[in-house]
Design a protein around this ligand. Sequence first.
Ligand SMILES: Nc1ncnc2c1ncn2[C@@H]1O[C@H](COP(=O)(O)OP(=O)(O)OP(=O)(O)O)[C@@H](O)[C@H]1O
Ligand SMILES: [Mg+2]
Length: 1001
Amino acid sequence: MSPHNKKVVGSGLVWVRWHFCLEFACSPMFARVSSGLSLGSPVSPTVQRGVLSVKWCCSDNEDLFEGYDSIVADSSFLAKLEDVELQTRQCYDQQTPNACADDLSDSMLAEDFRDSSPRALPSSQLEFQKAITMPHKSPSRGAPSSSTPYLMNPGPAVNHADLSVHKPHPKARRSMKDHLKKVLMDNAATASTVSKMVQQKEAVMNEEMSFAMQAMESITSEGDLGPFFGLPSKVKDLIFRLKGIQDLYEWQKTCLSLDSIQQRRNLIYSLPTSGGKTLVAEILIFKELLCRKKDALLILPYISLVQEKVRGLSSFGIELDFLVEEYAGSKGKFPPVKRRNKNSLYITTIEKGHSLVNSLIENDRLDNIGLVVVDELHMLGDGSRGAILEMTLSKILYMSKSTQVIGMSATLGNVKDLQSFLRAENYTNNFRPVELKEYVKIKDSIYEVDPKEEACFTFSRLLNFKYSSGMQKMDPDHIIALATEVIPQQSCLIFCATKKNCENLAGMICKYLNKEFIKHKEAEKATLLGELKSSGNGSLCPVLQKTIPFGLAYHHSGLTSDERKLVEEAYSSGVLSLLTCTSTLAAGINLPARRVILRSPYVAADFLKRSQYKQMVGRAGRAGIDAMGESILILQDKDINTAKNLLCAPMEKCYSNLLHDGGRGLLSLILSLIGLKITTTVEQVKDLMKGTLLSVQEAQVSPEKSLWDLTVESIQTLKQKNLIEVSSDENNQNILQITRLGRATYKGSVDLSYCDVLYRDLSKGLEGLLLNSFLHLVYLVTPYDMVHQCKPDWMIYFRQFTNLSAAEQKMATTVGVPESFVARKAAGQSVRKSVDVVVVNRLYLALVLFSLLKETNLWIVSERFQLTRGFVQTLLSSASAFGSSVLHFTEELEEFWAYKALLSELTRRLTYCVQAELIPLMEVSGVLEHRAKQLYSAGYKTLAHLANADPQTLVQTIENLFKKQAYQIIASAKMLLTEKAEALQEEVDDLLMLPLDLPSL
Ligand SMILES: Nc1ncnc2c1ncn2[C@@H]1O[C@H](COP(=O)(O)OP(=O)(O)OP(=O)(O)O)[C@@H](O)[C@H]1O
Ligand SMILES: [Mg+2]
């Protein structure tokens, strides 16, 4: 085991990443990119021009999928990398410099900009062009190496025959590394040789920026805001070019001019759905990054939203010279890489945001975060995730007085509570760009929702439909009549209570649809079916196969992330006009519709909450497309009264969740406070507690017990669980300290309710760890919280059990699942011997994962275990996340030393349960397995290929890829490449820095 592997942290495989960086950086591809990198403007220049030509709006319609953090140090991948290097070198050898330069020239130079004057280009881009068009001319210092080592000096260093067997000579590698250092050093020292025009242009930008910075410093109550709310006018141009937004809404202008914003006080702003809240937050973020030169943290509630934002803001980052770093799924490095030359925007999920803040506190770097923006602030009231958000914000408020906190939310009933918690001001407006009309349908009549009316509804119209008796029986709620009023020309979403409902309803509707529907966008639908089939390695869902020709599909968590993405894209582009979906679609992604139908006021067996209802109907009305949006809630007589409450009651309130689920949130907050040494005495813990939302809402949330009592009780519980201990300091004062188990628990983000079970399982595992198969290790990282989500099918269990090797069966017996038990269950016989159900179910899930590791085919494994492929995929990603938690857990406990090496390899396998060569492509935000396969077979094999791709060529060669997506993929790839190069450069700078304490005479 190499000592480097110790560095495998969190979900980020650091060593692997570094290794890749070196490998990649040593390639000619990197040489080309790095020739455009200088310390002043280290952005890959090709983007700058490409992005200028983008005319499409960014974001909005993207997907739900898993993230992949890093590159695997896999020999086959490295071999591929070598191949690419070799090919490129051959290309160089064979072509004239100019021909090669053509190939390399800015591929994002879309037609629109082919004839634009080069003098209008940024300096970094001109440098880049110069380097590739005049490869033999050495740069200013005349050194032969400079920033394009291979182009200028292909040299004899590497034997091609060696490359073909994928075994680079170690010395060659070393020399490449040296070369890289030299390149970067030269780069840093190279004087800028740009045209006057460009210098002038940059001077204007710098002037605007310094004006803006001065404005920030000398803000008066009149608010002298500079060209664009304190930002250079380039930002305004970019918002137009990249988002298609020409002018800000009035409320947005007012909000950005508020005193609280100008004086950097905390603020909560609340508006209805689709009000345009995001843009205000983005402008504030740009201001923080560009004018205050601080980092910013944007917390979003879902992985899909993080990925969508990363893709949307990467182009801004490239143009405005800041980094966009993704913290979602398995992505994100703790603590984040220190960047000396650029500021970073961390876009995170709630959970990753918490870990990021912890790591910054631990490394005394929290003050680097100048601004924290929380989207959907009402998530504070959402169970355990709400608790995590509250912990994060409480710590930030306590630890960093200079960090500004901004919260966005839909209108809330108790925003005052949140204001007290965040010590924030509030701005509210009722603006919605597209009018939303809410209706309910009862029998044949449609009523408009009118909270001012006593009855809550006013009659609007009778539904016009002609149903046969058979159809009436099949569709008693007249959903087909409602849907066909809008589809196929306009779009419709139908929210259903369960996943099965979604599938059945989609199937039922298309049974009765006119054959004309098939002709609408027939070719595009055929392509979509083909893509779905290839994403499933030849398997296609029979329901989708039937519904898609009619322009219909279902959408819920049972689909794989690839399928969901394809369905979402097809819906956004109008190929599909109707989706039947569960409530998850309302919150995760922005897929608006002309008409939203709620099939019933239930989510599973529970009556809808007002916030859920608002989220769902909020999807109606597409800004810029529809003049209005409408929602129709279908009601049965029995539900009318409860529904009136739902529709006409005042806005919902948001309450602290630190006491949710037996006070787990409060326990983990106190544990991490002690672990991070934020508080070391009971008094200090109490002091911090005063700054929580729980403290603000103490009377409502915990009428019986005071916060003080709750705090003391929690400290006792932590002591009993052996997670903290009390010792005395020199003044005989009681000091709270974390124990080894406590540290392992909080470092691994392991849930407090099963940290002791985990410890026990791992200890027991060491007594007889089965190592000639992955099964035992897989069992140890099978997430405890998924055990109750699946009941074993005993026949399948038995069949799988008997397929195990004798050693594996023995291991199963040792953990507590004897074959005789499974056999009796499969035979339907009663079992007298008592077994631990959690262990039995957990082993069943471990068998699913074990199969998946061997098979890597989701469809086959789902079928084998009769589970939905979406569930199997979720199980896999949870297991890889839990694997990395367990790894951190074991790292803190010496007795588990043996697990470190084993678990890092296992986690890697679980994270990248795809072909290794696809991993570099899947690192790019928004590229899923299916897209990665397409790109790979079209010749885009590395990050560098993607970052330098020509969007037009991509669109033409990749089936079903729209221009906007192509631009976003390229921009994200460039951003990632820049990040990797920057990290590398930082390390080189560190290495070469003169030590301040160098002994001298
Ligand atoms: N000034 C503007 N002019 C035109 N379109 C705008 C403007 N501001 C925002 N938009 C667009 O309006 C749409 C909705 O904006 P956004 O997603 O920010 O809404 P929101 O208030 O966050 O809603 P939700 O609560 O549903 O998240 C987006 O497509 C956005 O690009
Ligand atoms: Mg929003």
